[in-house]
Design a protein around this ligand. Structure first.
Ligand code: ADP
Length: 602
């Protein structure tokens, strides 16, 4: 089959809130070119099924409801999802379905998309949903790829795309080093604005810069400067509750003088009384319309990497990182990657390194690595130090002395590697400059898509080894290459593996689902749970957090049913089902490896 051809011009940030910054225009063109030359799927396929209606809503009621909402927030702001589904790519992504469909493309889809333009219009949308009992699914940008993209958990839900019309940077306070943003502000957008204003501030970006600053924090995503815990560095939110009421958290709960915002809203996170912000992250208790964040004052920095020769150095590396991180000698949350990941950040395909199906062998990995800038090794540690040059030099001495305890370890600065080596992109990301480099992974297989498996382990060699062994064995059983990236803090590791699959191969997708299901259960049996997961695995992950007869989930459900008696807000997100849906067959359990039907099962 012919590769896809694409004719459109990639939108820039000036043209579209979710566009690419002009400084990355050429890179975006190149990345897209490589991705589409590796696709066999058509750009879109005619829909086989009619519009997926919200559950228990007739065609007639749906039409009445759509008409009413159009009357309230404008015809052009309510779009029925009746056109062909286009997966697009990162910058031109859909808001109708999961672009990385692990189920059938037409299964995890919305019935319509709504574009509110203000907090009041979000309230109007929520009241409308209550009236017609239509589930909503809020997204800010909808690029949560690997975790479900823009898809609603309940097929036929209405996606509330907040970003399209609510993408203002409401304030940047240079003295307080903070900002307040609306949902549609991306890392790219915030970064460019700070540069335009010539402010000496950094943002903290994830590996890719197109996500929503607010959305990523709500989903508890991470970045790589010292401000890398995005939710921890938020300060104050405004949100719409499922009954339509507006709430401000933190100091925002106190009115400012003469109708202004409270002057300490972005200074103190907890305010007075219970700290409730946390219950609005990874939940379905509210739609966040504004959020404050702390920004890091810019500083000198130095990125670097170490390589380690043997796969078995793994435990010792983790044990050496622990005290360095606890003492805050390491400047950021470093990444520990397996050397195989050196290949996929080049944009090359698996076929360039390996013949036929099945994972690359260890010998093939060694042979290919020996031709790469870092040479034949097993593990690569990417870190960054911050502060004045003399303090960076002193920190690096301590770190080098520690890692020298592993025989054969080697140290590299960006000046030691070619200009196109990944270390240069790490240097940008770790100093708050959002980039696109990590998209190159998707070239590994044709029609590339990925799922994240993200358990947490204590920062202890033997615990990291336990998780790693489960993951290695499961990948082997199901014939996938293993791509572990460990984000290692002083006491815990986000152990993140990227399962890359071909969207055109149902058999490979089914294997990826089985792989996920088995890793979730096997890790849980040893006491290790995920920090975040794709929508379709949320029930299973949530069910592993079942201490004391699932007291945590019963608590979440109690809150859910009080706040959202009609069950209209993102039912099923993070495994939290309102009464209306609970135990009616919507939950997807360990045994549900066939995702052909995501609707209620008997
Ligand atoms: P990204 O930043 O990667 O584009 P999204 O905008 O898709 O991510 O947000 C990630 C997830 O967080 C969404 O799937 C949704 O469940 C939740 N979310 C995003 N924005 C909001 C919001 N404003 N209010 C409530 N939940 C949100």
């Amino acid at each position: 089959m012919a590769a896809q051809t694409i004719l459109s011009i990639i939108p820039t940030l000036k043209e579209k809130h979710s566009g690419a910054p002009s400084r990355l225009s050429q890179e975006a063109q190149d990345v897209r070119g490589r991705l589409f030359s590796n696709r066999t799927l058509p750009v879109s396929r005619p829909r086989e099924k009619p519009v997926r209606l919200p559950p228990d809503v007739s065609q007639e009621d749906f039409e009445t409801a759509v008409k009413e909402l159009r009357g309230s927030i404008g015809d052009e702001n309510v779009e029925v999802n009746d056109k062909d589904l286009v997966d697009g790519w990162y910058i031109e992504h859909p808001n109708t379905h999961d672009a990385f469909h692990i189920a059938d493309q037409e299964e995890l889809v919305s019935s319509a998309t709504v574009y509110p333009g203000s907090t009041e219009e979000v309230q109007a949308t929520v009241r409308w949903a209550n009236k017609f009992k239509i589930p909503l699914y809020p997204i800010s940008i909808g690029r949560n790829l690997g975790y479900g993209g823009a898809a609603p958990r309940v097929p036929g839900g209405v996606v509330v795309d907040l970003g399209r019309r609510m993408h203002k940077i409401l304030s940047i306070d240079a003295e307080n080093a903070s900002c307040v943003v609306e949902p549609g502000v991306t890392y790219f957008g915030l970064y460019e604005e700070i540069q335009n204003r010539k402010l000496p501030l950094w943002i903290d970006t994830p590996d890719l810069g197109g996500g929503s600053v607010l959305g990523n924090a709500i989903d508890r995503g991470v970045g790589y400067t010292p401000y890398g815990d995005h939710f921890a560095n938020h300060c104050g939110m405004e949100l719409v509750l499922p009954n339509g009421e507006v709430l401000r958290t933190g100091m925002g709960a106190m009115p400012g003088p003469d109708g202004s915002d409270n002057p300490t809203w972005q200074s103190f996170q907890h305010a007075f009384g219970p700290s409730i912000d946390g219950i609005f992250s990874q939940s379905n208790f509210g739609i966040v319309t504004k959020m404050g964040f702390h920004l890091m004052p810019e500083t000198d920095h130095q990125s670097y990497c170490f390589t380690f020769p043997h796969d078995d150095d793994f435990e010792q590396i983790v044990d050496l990182i622990r005290p360095l991180a606890q003492k805050r000698i390491l400047g950021n949350i470093p990444q520990l990657r397996h050397v195989i990941q050196e290949f996929n950040v080049t944009g090359k395909r698996k076929a360039d390194f390996h013949d036929g199906t099945g994972p690359m062998t260890r010998d093939e990995i060694r042979a290919a690595a020996s031709k790469m800038p870092l040479g034949d090794c097993s593990w690569v540690f990417y870190g960054t130090q911050y502060g004045p040059p003399e303090s960076i030099a002193a920190q690096l001495e301590v770190i080098k002395n520690e890692f020298a305890k592993i025989q054969g370890s080697r140290f590299f600065l960006p000046s030691d590697v070619p200009k196109d080596h990944y270390l240069h992109d790490r240097s940008l990301v770790c100093s708050g400059v959002p980039v696109l480099r990590e998209l190159e992974w998707l070239n590994w297989v044709p029609n590339g898509a990925h799922l994240f498996f993200s358990p947490i382990a204590p920062t202890r060699g033997k615990d990291a080894r336990t998780v790693h062994d489960v993951v290695v064995a499961a990948h082997k059983r199901h014939g996938f290459d293993l791509f572990p990236t460990l984000c290692v803090a002083g006491r815990e590791i986000h152990y993140i593996t990227n399962i890359i699959y071909d969207r055109a191969q149902p058999e490979m997708k089914a294997r990826a689902v089985r792989l996920m299901r088995e890793m979730i259960d096997e890790c849980a049996a040893k006491g290790f749970g995920e920090y975040r997961t794709h929508l379709l695995f949320a029930d299973q992950v949530a069910s592993t957090y079942n201490w004391n007869n699932s007291a945590l989930m019963r608590f979440n459900e109690t809150i859910k049913d009080v706040l959202d008696p009609n069950g209209i807000l993102a039912p099923g997100r993070n495994g939290i089902w309102p009464k209306r849906f609970k135990n009616k067959g919507w939950e997807l359990k360990t045994e549900d490896v066939d995702l052909a039907n995501i609707g209620p099962r008997s």
